[in-house]
Design a protein around this ligand. Structure first.
Ligand code: PEP
Ligand code: MN
Length: 267
Protein backbone atom coordinates (compact mmCIF):
# COMPACT_ATOMS: atom_id res chain seq x y z
CA UNK A 1 0.00 0.00 0.00
CA UNK A 2 1.19 3.51 -0.79
CA UNK A 3 1.94 6.04 1.94
CA UNK A 4 -0.94 8.13 3.22
CA UNK A 5 -1.53 11.35 1.33
CA UNK A 6 -2.20 14.66 3.03
CA UNK A 7 -5.96 14.89 3.62
CA UNK A 8 -7.70 17.91 2.20
CA UNK A 9 -9.41 19.98 4.87
CA UNK A 10 -12.98 20.92 4.00
CA UNK A 11 -14.12 24.11 5.70
CA UNK A 12 -17.82 23.91 6.50
CA UNK A 13 -17.96 27.30 8.22
CA UNK A 14 -18.73 28.15 11.88
CA UNK A 15 -15.31 26.79 12.81
CA UNK A 16 -16.14 23.28 11.58
CA UNK A 17 -13.55 21.56 9.44
CA UNK A 18 -13.67 18.00 8.13
CA UNK A 19 -10.34 16.37 7.35
CA UNK A 20 -8.36 18.39 9.89
CA UNK A 21 -7.20 17.34 13.34
CA UNK A 22 -10.67 16.87 14.78
CA UNK A 23 -12.92 13.82 14.62
CA UNK A 24 -16.26 15.38 13.70
CA UNK A 25 -19.56 13.87 14.78
CA UNK A 26 -22.57 14.50 12.55
CA UNK A 27 -25.80 13.38 14.22
CA UNK A 28 -29.53 13.51 13.73
CA UNK A 29 -32.49 11.40 12.73
CA UNK A 30 -32.67 9.31 9.59
CA UNK A 31 -35.65 11.41 8.50
CA UNK A 32 -37.12 14.74 9.53
CA UNK A 33 -40.54 13.68 10.86
CA UNK A 34 -41.99 16.85 12.38
CA UNK A 35 -41.01 20.09 14.06
CA UNK A 36 -41.26 18.85 17.67
CA UNK A 37 -38.96 15.90 16.95
CA UNK A 38 -36.37 18.19 15.37
CA UNK A 39 -36.46 20.78 18.17
CA UNK A 40 -36.00 18.01 20.73
CA UNK A 41 -33.07 16.49 18.85
CA UNK A 42 -31.61 19.90 18.01
CA UNK A 43 -31.60 21.05 21.64
CA UNK A 44 -30.11 17.79 22.86
CA UNK A 45 -27.28 17.84 20.29
CA UNK A 46 -26.58 21.54 20.76
CA UNK A 47 -26.24 21.10 24.53
CA UNK A 48 -23.68 18.34 23.93
CA UNK A 49 -21.65 20.56 21.60
CA UNK A 50 -22.52 18.91 18.27
CA UNK A 51 -22.32 21.37 15.37
CA UNK A 52 -23.41 19.26 12.41
CA UNK A 53 -27.03 18.12 12.18
CA UNK A 54 -28.21 15.43 9.77
CA UNK A 55 -31.81 14.84 8.76
CA UNK A 56 -33.34 13.43 5.59
CA UNK A 57 -36.08 15.38 3.83
CA UNK A 58 -35.92 13.37 0.61
CA UNK A 59 -35.65 9.71 1.56
CA UNK A 60 -34.53 6.96 -0.83
CA UNK A 61 -36.69 4.10 0.51
CA UNK A 62 -36.50 0.56 -0.79
CA UNK A 63 -40.30 0.30 -0.82
CA UNK A 64 -42.38 2.97 -2.54
CA UNK A 65 -44.98 2.45 0.21
CA UNK A 66 -42.60 3.43 3.04
CA UNK A 67 -42.40 6.99 4.40
CA UNK A 68 -40.68 9.01 1.68
CA UNK A 69 -39.70 12.03 3.79
CA UNK A 70 -41.37 15.43 4.11
CA UNK A 71 -39.59 16.95 1.11
CA UNK A 72 -39.45 20.74 1.14
CA UNK A 73 -41.55 20.90 4.29
CA UNK A 74 -38.77 18.89 5.96
CA UNK A 75 -36.16 21.30 4.66
CA UNK A 76 -38.12 24.23 6.11
CA UNK A 77 -38.09 22.50 9.49
CA UNK A 78 -34.33 21.93 9.18
CA UNK A 79 -33.91 25.61 8.41
CA UNK A 80 -35.73 26.65 11.60
CA UNK A 81 -33.56 24.35 13.72
CA UNK A 82 -30.46 25.57 11.91
CA UNK A 83 -31.28 29.18 12.78
CA UNK A 84 -32.33 28.41 16.34
CA UNK A 85 -29.22 26.40 17.27
CA UNK A 86 -26.65 27.51 14.69
CA UNK A 87 -26.09 24.10 13.12
CA UNK A 88 -24.56 23.23 9.79
CA UNK A 89 -27.00 20.96 7.97
CA UNK A 90 -26.29 17.66 6.20
CA UNK A 91 -29.15 16.38 4.03
CA UNK A 92 -29.62 14.19 0.98
CA UNK A 93 -30.53 15.40 -2.50
CA UNK A 94 -31.76 12.75 -4.94
CA UNK A 95 -33.01 14.92 -7.81
CA UNK A 96 -31.03 17.73 -9.48
CA UNK A 97 -34.31 19.69 -9.77
CA UNK A 98 -34.38 20.04 -5.96
CA UNK A 99 -30.92 21.61 -5.68
CA UNK A 100 -31.90 25.23 -6.25
CA UNK A 101 -34.58 25.37 -3.56
CA UNK A 102 -32.40 23.52 -1.05
CA UNK A 103 -29.26 25.52 -1.65
CA UNK A 104 -29.59 28.07 1.14
CA UNK A 105 -30.51 25.44 3.73
CA UNK A 106 -28.20 22.46 3.17
CA UNK A 107 -24.53 23.05 4.02
CA UNK A 108 -23.28 19.60 3.04
CA UNK A 109 -25.21 17.87 0.27
CA UNK A 110 -25.42 14.12 0.79
CA UNK A 111 -25.37 11.83 -2.23
CA UNK A 112 -26.81 8.54 -1.00
CA UNK A 113 -25.48 5.06 -1.55
CA UNK A 114 -28.13 4.29 -4.18
CA UNK A 115 -27.07 7.33 -6.20
CA UNK A 116 -23.30 6.96 -6.07
CA UNK A 117 -23.26 6.15 -9.76
CA UNK A 118 -26.05 8.51 -10.82
CA UNK A 119 -23.73 10.38 -13.13
CA UNK A 120 -26.10 13.19 -14.08
CA UNK A 121 -26.65 13.95 -10.38
CA UNK A 122 -22.89 13.80 -9.72
CA UNK A 123 -22.24 16.23 -12.56
CA UNK A 124 -24.87 18.66 -11.27
CA UNK A 125 -23.47 18.75 -7.73
CA UNK A 126 -20.03 19.05 -9.30
CA UNK A 127 -21.02 22.48 -10.55
CA UNK A 128 -21.84 23.72 -7.05
CA UNK A 129 -19.73 25.62 -4.60
CA UNK A 130 -20.79 23.47 -1.65
CA UNK A 131 -19.32 20.43 0.16
CA UNK A 132 -20.62 17.06 -1.03
CA UNK A 133 -20.85 13.97 1.16
CA UNK A 134 -20.48 11.06 -1.23
CA UNK A 135 -21.62 7.78 0.28
CA UNK A 136 -20.16 4.53 -0.94
CA UNK A 137 -22.46 2.54 -3.20
CA UNK A 138 -23.63 -0.55 -1.34
CA UNK A 139 -22.10 -2.80 -4.01
CA UNK A 140 -19.28 -0.54 -5.13
CA UNK A 141 -15.58 -1.15 -5.06
CA UNK A 142 -13.24 1.47 -3.65
CA UNK A 143 -12.04 2.27 -7.19
CA UNK A 144 -15.60 2.83 -8.44
CA UNK A 145 -16.27 5.08 -5.46
CA UNK A 146 -13.16 7.16 -6.22
CA UNK A 147 -14.21 7.44 -9.86
CA UNK A 148 -17.63 8.70 -8.74
CA UNK A 149 -15.83 11.38 -6.69
CA UNK A 150 -13.88 12.31 -9.81
CA UNK A 151 -17.13 12.88 -11.70
CA UNK A 152 -17.91 15.60 -9.15
CA UNK A 153 -14.40 16.99 -9.16
CA UNK A 154 -14.21 17.08 -12.97
CA UNK A 155 -17.02 19.67 -12.96
CA UNK A 156 -15.04 21.91 -10.63
CA UNK A 157 -16.25 21.06 -7.12
CA UNK A 158 -13.33 19.79 -5.10
CA UNK A 159 -15.08 19.90 -1.72
CA UNK A 160 -15.76 16.20 -1.44
CA UNK A 161 -16.06 14.13 1.72
CA UNK A 162 -16.37 10.36 1.31
CA UNK A 163 -18.54 8.25 3.60
CA UNK A 164 -18.07 4.53 4.21
CA UNK A 165 -21.57 3.17 4.96
CA UNK A 166 -21.05 -0.56 4.61
CA UNK A 167 -21.33 -2.92 1.68
CA UNK A 168 -23.49 -5.91 0.85
CA UNK A 169 -21.97 -9.29 1.62
CA UNK A 170 -23.31 -12.79 2.40
CA UNK A 171 -23.53 -11.84 6.10
CA UNK A 172 -27.11 -11.54 7.30
CA UNK A 173 -26.65 -10.68 10.95
CA UNK A 174 -25.92 -7.06 10.10
CA UNK A 175 -27.68 -4.90 7.50
CA UNK A 176 -24.36 -4.26 5.75
CA UNK A 177 -20.75 -5.21 6.38
CA UNK A 178 -18.92 -2.14 7.61
CA UNK A 179 -15.73 -2.10 5.55
CA UNK A 180 -13.58 -0.05 7.90
CA UNK A 181 -10.32 -0.79 6.12
CA UNK A 182 -11.58 1.38 3.27
CA UNK A 183 -10.56 4.31 5.52
CA UNK A 184 -6.77 3.73 5.39
CA UNK A 185 -7.07 2.58 1.77
CA UNK A 186 -8.80 5.84 0.76
CA UNK A 187 -6.15 7.76 2.71
CA UNK A 188 -3.43 6.03 0.72
CA UNK A 189 -5.09 6.47 -2.68
CA UNK A 190 -6.55 9.97 -2.43
CA UNK A 191 -6.58 13.13 -0.38
CA UNK A 192 -10.31 13.05 0.28
CA UNK A 193 -11.44 13.22 3.88
CA UNK A 194 -13.48 10.16 4.83
CA UNK A 195 -16.09 9.65 7.52
CA UNK A 196 -17.90 6.47 8.60
CA UNK A 197 -21.63 5.80 8.94
CA UNK A 198 -21.89 3.08 11.59
CA UNK A 199 -25.71 3.31 11.60
CA UNK A 200 -26.27 2.11 8.03
CA UNK A 201 -22.99 0.22 8.15
CA UNK A 202 -24.35 -2.16 10.77
CA UNK A 203 -28.12 -1.61 10.89
CA UNK A 204 -28.10 -2.34 14.63
CA UNK A 205 -27.97 0.40 17.27
CA UNK A 206 -25.96 -1.68 19.74
CA UNK A 207 -23.14 -1.97 17.20
CA UNK A 208 -22.96 1.79 16.61
CA UNK A 209 -20.83 2.78 19.66
CA UNK A 210 -18.13 0.10 19.15
CA UNK A 211 -18.03 0.82 15.39
CA UNK A 212 -17.64 4.54 16.10
CA UNK A 213 -14.66 3.85 18.36
CA UNK A 214 -13.16 1.65 15.65
CA UNK A 215 -13.70 4.41 13.06
CA UNK A 216 -11.79 6.85 15.24
CA UNK A 217 -9.00 4.36 15.87
CA UNK A 218 -8.58 3.47 12.20
CA UNK A 219 -8.14 7.12 11.23
CA UNK A 220 -11.53 8.30 9.95
CA UNK A 221 -12.19 12.05 9.95
CA UNK A 222 -15.55 11.64 11.63
CA UNK A 223 -18.82 9.75 11.76
CA UNK A 224 -22.44 10.33 10.83
CA UNK A 225 -24.85 8.79 13.31
CA UNK A 226 -28.62 8.36 13.48
CA UNK A 227 -30.40 9.26 16.70
CA UNK A 228 -34.06 9.48 17.66
CA UNK A 229 -35.84 10.44 20.90
CA UNK A 230 -37.87 7.20 20.69
CA UNK A 231 -36.22 4.83 18.20
CA UNK A 232 -39.06 2.30 18.37
CA UNK A 233 -41.41 4.96 16.98
CA UNK A 234 -39.11 6.26 14.24
CA UNK A 235 -40.60 6.46 10.75
CA UNK A 236 -37.37 5.09 9.30
CA UNK A 237 -34.29 3.23 10.54
CA UNK A 238 -35.33 3.06 14.21
CA UNK A 239 -33.50 -0.24 14.73
CA UNK A 240 -30.17 1.43 14.00
CA UNK A 241 -30.84 4.71 15.82
CA UNK A 242 -29.41 5.54 19.24
CA UNK A 243 -31.63 7.13 21.88
CA UNK A 244 -30.37 10.19 23.77
CA UNK A 245 -28.85 8.25 26.69
CA UNK A 246 -27.03 5.85 24.43
CA UNK A 247 -25.74 8.71 22.33
CA UNK A 248 -24.52 10.66 25.34
CA UNK A 249 -22.66 7.65 26.71
CA UNK A 250 -21.01 7.03 23.35
CA UNK A 251 -20.09 10.70 23.02
CA UNK A 252 -18.31 10.65 26.39
CA UNK A 253 -16.45 7.44 25.54
CA UNK A 254 -15.30 8.99 22.27
CA UNK A 255 -14.00 12.08 24.10
CA UNK A 256 -11.90 9.81 26.35
CA UNK A 257 -10.65 7.69 23.45
CA UNK A 258 -9.70 10.82 21.48
CA UNK A 259 -7.43 11.94 24.33
CA UNK A 260 -5.88 8.47 24.66
CA UNK A 261 -5.13 8.30 20.96
CA UNK A 262 -3.62 11.80 20.96
CA UNK A 263 -1.43 10.97 23.98
CA UNK A 264 -0.31 7.78 22.31
CA UNK A 265 0.67 9.58 19.13
CA UNK A 266 2.62 12.17 21.08
CA UNK A 267 4.56 9.40 22.81
C1 PEP B 1 -29.30 7.84 5.06
O1 PEP B 1 -28.26 8.45 5.37
O2 PEP B 1 -30.36 7.93 5.73
C2 PEP B 1 -29.26 6.89 3.93
C3 PEP B 1 -30.36 6.58 3.26
O3 PEP B 1 -28.03 6.39 3.71
P1 PEP B 1 -27.47 5.42 2.56
O4 PEP B 1 -27.60 6.19 1.29
O5 PEP B 1 -26.07 5.18 2.99
O6 PEP B 1 -28.30 4.17 2.58
MN1 MN C 1 -31.28 6.09 7.46
Amino acid sequence: MEDFKVTKVIDIGNGVKIGGKDFEIIAGPCAVENEEQMYEIGKFLKDLGIKLLRGGAFKPRTSPYSFQGLGFEGLEILNKIKEEYNFKIVSEIMDPRDIEKSYGIIDIIQIGSRNMQNYSLLKEVGKLDKPILLKRGMSSTIREWLMAAEYIEAEGNKNIILCERGIRTFEEYTRNTLDLVSVPIIKSLSNYPIIVDPSHGTGRWELVPPSTKAALAIGADGVIIEIHPEPSKALSDGQQSLNFNEFKKMYKDIEILKKEITNDRNG
